[in-house]
Design a protein around this ligand. Structure first.
Ligand code: NAP
Length: 202
């Protein structure tokens, strides 16, 4: 197994020494990605909109260009990404995304539009991709595999919260779930009230 993280974060992975090869570097560095994905059957990519230097789209392009043909490619992003325009967002959600985008642009800290562009490139690629769209996140022990829907606005997602560890669990499970190829599942914790309500039919 191979992982890429920034030089300053290498120490955080000390606990995995001997189990994974860590390549220090930025994920939008094409040479770093080329080396990291060589020979891999699956690639998990966290898309972060940090900075205003096409970090997300640069990362995606490198993964699309260098992952071996036929590899399973799993990407993470948030509910704000829409694949087919069929997602239904609450007014609060839209205002929240707009506010974050505006503040971030002022601070030149985050570029949400670049995450949108990154996903556009994934959706139009002919690779075996899945884009996992996360709800709000919280810390804590795993509750199990999140439930998902094709569209935001589905009542099952109403609780809008997932444990961070379960977001990762869903991405790893997607590697072996071919039903998720060319899907952009929006996820929510399996023990949240909205997920439980649908399960019990209440
Ligand atoms: N936070 C939420 O509430 C939320 C909600 C919905 C969806 N998501 C999605 O979940 C995923 C993870 O989000 P997150 O909030 O957990 O991300 P995060 O903690 O802010 O960052 C994730 C990784 O991005 C890298 N990173 C952090 N700052 C950076 C910078 N300035 N420049 C370059 N790389 C930087 C770090 O990697 P290194 O290991 O290299 O340091 C870090 O481990 C994303 O795809 C996001 O869209 C998050």
């Amino acid at each position: 197994m191979v992982g890429v993280c920034r030089e300053r974060s290498v120490g955080k992975l000390d606990g995995f020494k001997g189990h994974i090869t860590v390549i220090p570097g930025a994920t939008n560095d094409r040479e770093v990605i080329k080396k990291a994905v060589e020979g891999c059957d699956g690639v998990l990519t966290v898309l972060v909109p940090w900075g205003v230097h096409q970090y997300s789209s640069g990362t995606v392009q490198a993964v699309l260009d260098y992952a071996r043909p036929g590899a399973r490619l799993i990407f993470s992003c948030g509910w704000h990404i829409t694949r087919d325009g069929q997602d239904v967002y609450s007014r609060t959600f839209i205002l929240g995304v707009k506010a974050i985008g505006w503040i971030a642009r002022m601070l030149r800290a985050v570029d949400i539009d670049d995450q949108v562009e990154a996903c556009r490139r994934i959706f139009s690629s002919n690779t075996r991709w899945t884009v996992v769209r996360g709800s709000d996140l919280e810390e804590g022990e795993s509750q199990g595999l999140p439930v998902w829907s094709r569209h935001v606005g589905d009542p099952v997602l109403a609780s809008n919260i997932t444990r961070r560890v379960d977001f990762a669990l869903f991405m790893v499970a997607a590697l072996e779930n071919d039903e998720l190829i060319h899907e952009a599942p929006a996820i929510v914790g399996c023990r949240t009230p909205s997920a439980l309500a649908i399960k019990t039919g209440s």
